[in-house]
Design a protein around this ligand. Structure first.
Ligand code: F6R
Length: 244
């Protein structure tokens, strides 16, 4: 696990965007695993600027998002599909047909998860998987648990995640209670993993991810076993790291 220390959110966003853009330049038809949340917004904005300048071309890439709330579709402003379209895809020359997010509107969770597993499997492998990290160490919506998950599955969100995500809704009551998410094993299959983290409230999760025991109680800790995982984190997120 390689940890890159950056000053702040802006610095993190530029470095993450740099790594993603290098991947796209090196392999124009690459498969990118993408994340939603507050963390990657600055990186997406930076990539849009470089696209507008002609520095990076997204015409041939395919994307696979980590997760989606169960019950929300693309027209729902709180859905992750809506977020991706509005934050990133609508502003670049990506072929929307090659952008994938689990189908939140498929209420049959088994069918929805199977379908997403198939979509990802047919793509071969993900070249670069971008991740944020939850305050409890979750990746995707893989919450602390007794065992690491494998494929796409339906999860019950923990009270801490509902509370953390409530800032994006009118109230915590409106946050969906379930989500479809890629499993930890699927995430680990990506050739390269890029974790972005900023702010003091991520410090404990970052410490457990980088220096803690590998345990499903901190799902991100398994990334220590990946052979090409890069963490880009700011000073605040690294405050609790022993070897910082
Ligand atoms: C988002 C996702 C989540 C977030 C995590 C951090 O697709 O899968 O694991 O990456 O909850 O969220 P932010 O960036 O909002 O702090």
């Amino acid at each position: 696990m390689k940890v890159i220390k950056v000053h702040d959110y802006q610095d993190m966003s530029r470095k993450v965007a740099n790594i993603i853009s290098a991947q796209v330049i090196l392999k124009p038809n690459c498969n990118l695993g993408l994340a939603t949340g507050t963390t990657p917004i600055g990186a997406y904005e930076q990539l849009i600027k470089w696209y507008e300048k002609g520095d990076v071309d997204f015409a041939e890439i395919s994307t696979f998002n980590l997760d989606e709330y169960r019950g929300l579709g693309k027209d729902d402003t709180q859905s992750y599909r809506y977020f991706m379209n509005h934050t990133f895809f609508d502003h670049i020359n990506i072929d929307k047909k090659r952008t994938h997010v689990p189908d939140g509107l498929n209420e049959d969770s088994e069918a929805a998860c199977k379908e997403y597993d198939k979509i990802v499997a047919e793509a071969g492998h993900i070249d670069l998987q971008l991740l944020g990290i939850g305050r409890n160490g979750h990746i995707g919506f893989n919450e602390p648990a007794e065992a690491f998950s494998k494929g796409t599955h339906c999860v019950d969100l923990t009270p801490s995640t509902i509370e953390a995500n409530a800032r994006l809704f009118n109230s915590a009551d409106e946050v969906p209670r379930q989500a479809y998410t890629m499993g930890v094993q699927m995430i680990m299959h990506a050739r390269m993993i890029l974790v972005a983290a900023t702010g003091k409230d991520k410090a404990e999760a970052v410490r457990n991810m980088v220096e803690g025991p590998v345990t499903p109680e901190c799902p991100a800790s398994i990334l220590q076993l990946h052979n090409d995982c890069v963490v880009v984190a700011d000073e605040e997120a690294l405050t609790l790291l022993e070897g910082k």
